[in-house]
Ligand binder design. Structure first.
Ligand SMILES: Nc1ncnc2c1ncn2[C@@H]1O[C@H](COP(=O)(O)OP(=O)(O)OP(=O)(O)O)[C@@H](O)[C@H]1O
Ligand SMILES: [Mg+2]
Length: 421
């Protein structure tokens, strides 16, 4: 405002100066007109200046609004959560990039339409959450399920709040975050927790059983040596067999729960397999089975492993294959390299295969389909923990040609990588 006053003052004084110099001798009427002209001219000037000032202020605030909109948009886009803004009838007005990536719906697919990510069975749940925030809950957080453009279900954490903007209708701002990985980890933790507590109980029981079992076994063996009647000797032999199974069960249980820390060093996988095969040769012969093994594709490759544990792993899987094949059955051990980092060992048999209902339970401790006193059901559970300890994977499936195939992957040791742990 100060500048408008100074502007008028400048105009008036300049005018006064010109009048004093040039119109000193003019008559009264001319002077009168001169004054009027001066008034009009300065008012015009002032009006022009005011118009320019208003225009400039308007441009400035328009620019500020544009910048703040851009700022808000950038914040929206940079949000790591999927953001959607919608009205009470779920018609979407904002949809950020993360939402596009997570759900596979583009902005064009969604803006102006009803939120497409809520599965029908979850609508009552969302209605309840909307009601809660409308009733005054500052921010409602729930774990729920959404679906993407392909119809796949995604577990998400939903945070919802009421978004009020000027006089426009209330809208809801929802931020969803993909929690599939978190849910999977939580599930694994629960499983580990269950296994650990079961393991602790089992270890306690096994420990208590160990000594009386050994004593019983010794006594039965001594009695068998002393008794020569056939019936008694046969009974004692059966008893000895059962006790031996109990002893094996207990030692497996202890293996499972109290395995010593792995001592890893680079081991040649081919050599390990050959040594396991040498060890199992008598059982293979007893089963009348044939084993074909080709370790050439992985010759010279090493894995960072505890040799004893590797041997335990292959003994368990080969033992299962031997149990599954009929007399004269066939087992094939195939080795291959997958990419630069992984070795795959497949152990295929032409045995009975696995009932579909059993497939999800194979790696659970104590799961066995072998009769009482025959299988502990701990073999594959131990095998899995060994493989996991070595950064690998293990799977067991029915083979299309019949029988089952176990596949084990292990990371190839790269010279220069960390050695013994
Ligand atoms: N090669 C295979 N063919 C068919 N079934 C298999 C094969 N390997 C494993 N299984 C199934 O998986 C179950 C679990 O195997 P796991 O090695 O854990 O225990 P087990 O063999 O029954 O007992 P143990 O190992 O103490 O002798 C087996 O009882 C069997 O039903
Ligand atoms: Mg087994």
């Amino acid at each position: 405002m100060l500048s408008s006053v100074s502007l008028v003052a400048i105009v008036f004084s300049a005018w006064e100066l010109v009048e004093n110099q040039l119109f000193r001798h003019v008559d009264y009427v001319t002077l009168h007109y001169l004054y009027i002209t001066r008034g009009i001219a300065s008012s015009l000037l002032l009006a022009l200046w005011a118009a320019w000032y208003v225009l400039r202020q308007r441009r400035k605030s328009e620019e500020e609004i544009r910048l703040s909109r851009e700022h808000y948009r950038r914040l929206l886009e940079a949000s790591p959560g999927a953001v959607a803004l919608y009205d009470p009838s779920l018609v979407v007005t904002e949809w950020n990039r993360t939402a596009e990536l997570l759900y596979g719906f583009s902005k064009a697919d969604v803006i102006g339409r009803r939120l497409p990510t809520v599965p029908p069975e979850r609508e009552p749940e969302l209605a309840e959450v909307l009601r809660r925030v409308q009733a005054g809950e500052p921010i409602a957080v729930v774990e729920t399920v959404r679906r993407d453009a392909k119809g796949a279900q995604i577990e998400v954490q939903l945070s919802l709040l009421l978004f009020q903007e000027g006089s426009t209708q209330d809208r809801f701002l929802e931020v969803t975050e993909d929690i599939r990985e978190r849910t999977r980890l939580r599930q694994t933790l629960i499983e580990i927790e269950k296994l650990t507590s079961m393991g602790r109980t089992a270890a306690g029981t096994a420990h208590h059983l160990n000594t009386p079992l050994a004593t019983m076994l010794l006594r039965v063996q001594m009695m068998r040596e002393r008794r020569h009647e056939e019936a008694t000797a046969a009974d004692l032999e059966r008893l000895e067999g059962s006790l031996l199974f109990c002893q094996q069960f207990v030692s497996r249980l202890l293996d499972f729960t109290r395995r010593p820390e792995a001592r890893k060093q680079p081991e040649d996988l081919g050599l390990t397999l050959e040594s396991v095969m040498g060890f199992l040769a008598p059982s293979v012969t007893a089963h009348g089975a044939r084993v074909a093994m080709d370790v050439r594709p992985v010759a010279g490759m090493k894995v960072l492993a505890d040799k004893n544990l590797l041997e335990v792993l292959f003994t368990i899987v080969l033992g299962n294959a031997l149990d599954a094949v009929p007399d004269g059955g066939r087992i094939e051990i195939r080795c291959a390299r997958h990419g630069a980092e992984t070795i795959v060992v497949e152990i295929a048999d032409n045995g009975s295969g696995i009932a579909v209902a059993d497939l999800p339970h194979l790696f659970e401790p104590f799961f066995t389909t072998k009769g009482p006193g025959k299988g502990t059901g701990l073999g594959l559970a131990i095998a899995r923990s060994v493989v996991l300890e070595h950064g690998g994977t293990i799977g067991l499936q029915n083979a299309s040609a019949g029988g089952a195939v176990a596949s084990i992957t292990l990371p190839i040791w790269q010279p220069g990588a960390a050695e013994a742990t």
